[in-house]
Design a protein around this ligand. Structure first.
Ligand code: SAM
Length: 288
């Protein structure tokens, strides 16, 4: 079966009576060299045996097949049940792959790691469905599962936001939240011509390296800290004080917020996007 040419893919999906679903963000990779490059990037640098991989959204299995050649075990999570019989054919004979017909936004990754990988070092690799990129990333990072690394393809603009530093225009609540859990490295761009159907945007592959037990800041109340991140960026054109006030309405009065900002040594007139994680932590400690 030819998973890496337009004619091969058309044959596979025609045989199965499959049509692409926009709702599920289905843009399948057709460029074998790109698929190999993504799969290679997912293999841990200091490789220790055995290694496992979680894939979100295998589609017809193009990336899955390459991951299966590099990892001892691959678990792929696909929401679209129409793809399951196709995957059974395209991945036939790959004994180290398990496919689950589930929504990645509902999976308990921590218990999946315990049940499926029994102590292996596990990475995540995915050409993410673009409509839920941030939600999937946050779910993976917040799951409590200790991943070795996450090599993920997404829309170029989203990757730029995740890789941005405080003070840059692209920096936002997702950048801050992701940076709390992991360091972010941009790897390479992938042009629209490498997909079928062709998306309107350029894509970028990034690597997230989770801090796991060694986070850059340690807030007393993590939930409050993560809410302060969201509050700081809730209204981008407002000053930090106004943004916090509208987010925490009914919970913290303006005077209390001003007092906390003063205690943390933050000018209430700045914009949220200038705050470092350290400053956000100081603010959440003052509110705690
Ligand atoms: N990995 C394949 C490739 O690179 O050719 C397909 C990638 S395609 C961009 C995204 C895949 O994610 C599709 O197969 C889609 O059905 C699946 N998907 C969309 N939403 C999902 C969800 N919530 N949970 C699991 N899979 C999902």
């Amino acid at each position: 079966m030819d998973l890496y040419t337009p004619t091969g893919i058309i044959e596979i999906i025609k045989d199965a009576g499959f049509t692409f679903s926009k709702q599920y963000g289905q843009n399948f990779l057709i460029n074998e060299a790109v698929v190999e490059k993504i799969a290679d990037a997912a293999v841990p640098e200091n490789r220790s045996e055995p290694i496992g991989c979680v894939e979100i959204g295998p589609g017809i299995g193009s990336l899955t097949a390459k991951l299966a050649e590099r990892f001892d075990k691959v678990v792929s999570i696909e929401i679209d049940k129409r793809l399951i019989p196709i995957l059974e054919k395209t991945l036939c004979g790959k004994e180290n792959v398990r496919v689950f017909n589930e929504d990645a936004l509902k999976v308990d990754f921590k218990s999946m790691l315990e049940k499926e990988f029994c102590g292996m070092s596990v990475s995540v690799c995915a050409n993410l469905p673009y409509y839920i990129t941030s939600e999937v990333i946050m779910r993976l990072l917040e799951s409590g599962a200790e991943f070795d690394s996450l090599v993920l393809m997404m829309q170029k603009e989203v990757a730029q936001r995740l890789a941005a530093s405080p003070g840059q225009a692209e920096y936002g609540s997702v950048s801050a939240a992701v940076n709390y859990y992991a360091s972010v490295k941009k790897l390479f761009d992938v042009q629209a011509g490498s997909f079928m159907p062709r998306p309107k945007v350029t894509s970028t592959v990034i690597r997230l390296s989770p801090y796991n037990g060694k986070k850059p800041v340690v807030p007393t109340d993590e939930r409050l800290f993560l809410r302060v991140i969201r509050a700081s960026f809730a209204q981008r054109r407002k000053t930090l004080l106004n943004s916090l006030e509208s987010f925490f309405k009914g919970e913290f009065k303006r005077e209390k917020l001003l007092e906390a900002l003063n205690k943390a040594g933050i000018d209430p007139g700045v914009r949220g996007e200038t705050l470092t994680l350290e400053k956000i932590k100081e603010l959440s400690e003052a509110l705690f």
